[in-house]
Design a protein around this ligand. Structure first.
Ligand code: HEC
Ligand code: HEC
Ligand code: HEC
Ligand code: HEC
Ligand code: HEC
Ligand code: HEC
Ligand code: HEC
Ligand code: HEC
Ligand code: HEC
Length: 389
């Protein structure tokens, strides 16, 4: 029932303002793939997609042979781990794409992997892993993963919290060697192993991510320290999920961790705003384009940073592979931005009041893409919940 409701709501919104909140990327890829009439050129073969029936039927390992031949070369020796770091070889494709491989002088399909394909030039773009090299390359700069990562937080965080080494500074009482004297490692202390504030302001004076126009006024401009980083590769995962450890999933079970992401996700991100603000750092853009609760929320702001991560991100609500779920509920903004009555100063109360007066009022405190959309039920409910307490 809920799912059906959301779908119809999404459909209506999509008609109202499709360009604003449909996740670009996979959607762009779809747009570049006209079904009919048949294309005279082969240009669509210049872009690979996993989301093709014939490709989905194949095991990941039929194209991705683990580990790649060059895994020891792509990272410095001290950081090298057996990994997938190179494109699939020709034999993964030729059986089905003989025609695309052998037609014309410069077949489009070669450019998926090769920089300047020719019988004598076999140089390739950096493979999407490791991301450091790929993200800087002309191909990688504007290319985003087709996958979401399945990382069961509850399971891992409980395990990491119980295993965290206790250091003397964690000791709260009792003699050195008495274990009970050590403070219990709180689950949210494990978050920092994988998540840090991205591009923080720190002690600097400059709060904006890029230079804003002189006359910005109260208008929104992206600030430093808005996003949290997440792992961009296998280094952490494969310390435990290695071929030797025998722990499931193994490094070869690509599909257990990588799930094709939906292409029609509704997001608060607005590509035009990112462009206007010259946000080019790919890690920031990758996080921003997935913001589906609040595009303007800034982690580094001290009143937010003081809070425990799990007050806003309940562990059970983090479903990384299900992009239609939301880990952050508006009720977590309560008492600060949401108050029982408008007189108590809540910005949500104010915006709802203004919206009632003027249906065109834009809600810009927490949103970019959603600003002009109809008010969702969760918002007045969060106010009601406060006045009932
Ligand atoms: C038919 C061959 C083929 C199969 C099957 C295949 N891949 Fe790929 N994969 C590729 C190619 C080619 C690339 C490079 C694409 C590019 O860079 O444009 C790639 C790139 C990737 C990437 C990086 C790009 C991205 O969108 O994140 C990931 C992750 C990935 N594959 C995971 C998987 C997983 C998981 C499976 C199984 C569910 C799988 N692949 C099955 C051919 C394949
Ligand atoms: C089992 C057969 C099979 C294999 C193996 C295979 N493909 Fe495909 N591929 C298809 C089919 C079928 C289509 C859809 C029809 C078409 O576009 O030709 C397709 C479509 C494509 C397209 C068009 C993408 C789009 O969005 O329409 C590209 C590019 C492509 N494949 C590249 C590759 C590459 C590169 C490899 C090897 C890494 C590969 N394929 C391996 C069968 C295969
Ligand atoms: C899915 C990625 C992919 C595609 C598509 C692809 N190549 Fe390659 N190519 C590779 C990889 C990986 C190697 C290295 C193979 C190895 O080390 O054994 C390679 C090697 C080569 C070489 C070196 C000689 C050889 O065969 O090993 C040439 C030349 C070459 N490719 C040309 C082409 C041309 C021309 C096309 C298009 C018709 C093409 N490739 C399409 C991935 C690709
Ligand atoms: C061992 C690494 C690891 C630890 C520890 C970890 N995470 Fe994550 N987290 C991930 C990965 C991997 C993703 C998925 C990133 C992606 O999709 O690219 C993720 C995604 C997220 C997301 C965004 C996705 C969503 O569905 O909302 C949130 C929020 C998050 N983590 C919060 C936390 C919090 C809070 C903690 C501590 C209680 C934590 N994480 C601990 C690895 C970790
Ligand atoms: C006051 C509430 C709040 C607190 C406290 C909070 N977050 Fe978030 N977090 C959010 C919101 C809101 C988003 C944006 C969600 C969206 O729109 O998809 C977010 C997004 C994220 C993401 C996805 C990347 C991004 O920035 O969009 C990660 C990862 C994450 N938070 C981790 C953490 C960790 C780790 C902590 C503790 C250090 C933390 N958060 C503390 C509210 C909070
Ligand atoms: C400290 C060691 C450790 C690290 C680091 C780790 N894992 Fe795990 N993971 C485990 C253990 C233990 C299990 C449970 C295995 C079992 O039950 O057989 C597990 C299970 C899983 C599962 C399967 C869960 C299920 O329900 O079957 C997935 C998916 C997974 N991990 C993904 C990841 C990803 C992604 C990362 C990196 C961001 C990661 N893990 C990092 C130890 C680790
Ligand atoms: C234990 C979980 C796990 C397994 C198994 C796994 N991956 Fe990943 N992979 C991750 C995580 C986590 C990331 C970083 C998060 C992200 O990129 O969204 C990642 C990143 C990547 C990237 C970098 C590009 C990108 O998506 O950002 C590629 C390429 C990739 N994986 C391919 C593969 C292939 C191919 C296999 C199988 C041979 C595989 N992975 C197996 C968890 C896993
Ligand atoms: C204090 C921050 C805040 C303010 C102010 C705010 N929102 Fe939201 N909004 C959120 C959060 C957090 C979510 C995602 C979680 C939820 O819906 O509970 C959200 C979600 C939404 C969504 C998507 C809901 C869905 O389920 O599809 C829309 C549309 C929206 N808000 C519109 C508005 C409008 C219109 C206003 C002004 C009257 C407004 N918001 C004011 C924080 C805010
Ligand atoms: C503990 C109180 C508290 C909570 C809970 C809280 N905030 Fe804030 N937030 C503040 C304060 C104080 C400020 C600074 C004054 C202001 O801008 O309203 C602020 C600022 C902001 C700003 C402007 C940031 C900037 O740098 O310009 C946004 C956007 C925001 N909060 C969104 C949210 C969202 C969305 C939630 C819920 C997911 C949330 N906040 C939860 C206290 C809180």
């Amino acid at each position: 029932m809920r799912a059906a409701l959301r779908f119809s709501v999404v459909a209506v919104f999509a008609i109202a303002a499709a360009s604003v909140f449909l996740l670009p990327g996979p959607a762009d890829a779809l747009a570049e793939r006209p079904e009919a009439p048949p294309e005279p050129s082969q240009s669509r073969y210049s872009k690979f997609s996993h989301d093709v029936e014939a490709h989905k039927k194949k095991e990941c390992a039929e194209c991705h042979k683990f580990p790649s031949d060059n895994w020891q070369k792509v990272r410095p020796e001290s950081e090298a781990i057996p990994d997938i770091t190179e494109y699939p070889k020709h034999d993964s494709c030729v059986s089905c794409h003989r025609q695309q491989f052998f037609s014309g002088s410069k077949p489009a399909i070669c450019s998926i992997c090769h920089v300047n394909p020719s019988p004598r030039d076999s140089r390739r773009h950096p493979f999407p892993n490791p991301r450091e090299a790929f993200d800087k390359s002309p191909k990688g700069k504007n290319s985003f993963s087709e996958f979401a990562v399945a990382f069961p937080h509850e399971l891992h965080v409980a395990m990491l919290a119980s295993k965290s080494p206790r250091t003397p500074s964690d000791r709260t009482s009792g003699p050195m060697f008495v274990r009970a004297g050590f403070r219990k490692v709180v689950q949210s202390e494990t978050c920092a192993m994988c998540h840090q504030i991205a591009a923080p302001q720190g002690d600097g004076d400059d709060e904006y991510a890029t230079k804003p126009p002189e006359k910005l006024g109260d208008a929104f401009w992206l600030k430093k320290g808005t996003f949290m980083t997440s792992p961009t590769g296998h280094t952490q995962c494969f310390t435990c999920h290695s071929a030797d450890a025998g722990l499931s999933p193994a490094p070869t079970d690509c599909g257990t961790c990588h799930k094709l992401a939906p292409s029609n996700l509704k997001v608060d991100f607005d590509q035009a705003a990112a462009k206007r603000m010259n946000i080019e750092d790919k890690l920031l853009v990758a996080s921003w384009r997935r913001r589906d609760s609040s595009a303007t929320f800034r982690h580094e702001w001290f009143s937010h940073a003081e809070m425990d991560c799990t007050t806003c991100h309940a562990l059970g609500d983090i479903k990384t592979a299900d992009w239609s779920s939301r880990s952050v509920k508006i009720s977590t903004c309560s008492n600060c931005h949401i108050t029982a009555t408008s007189d108590d100063g809540g910005i949500l109360n104010y915006e709802i009041d203004e919206r009632k007066k003027d249906p065109k009022f834009q809600c810009v405190k927490c949103h970019i893409g959603y600003s002009g959309l109809p008010l969702p039920a969760s918002h007045p409910e969060a106010i009601k919940a406060l006045s009932e307490n």
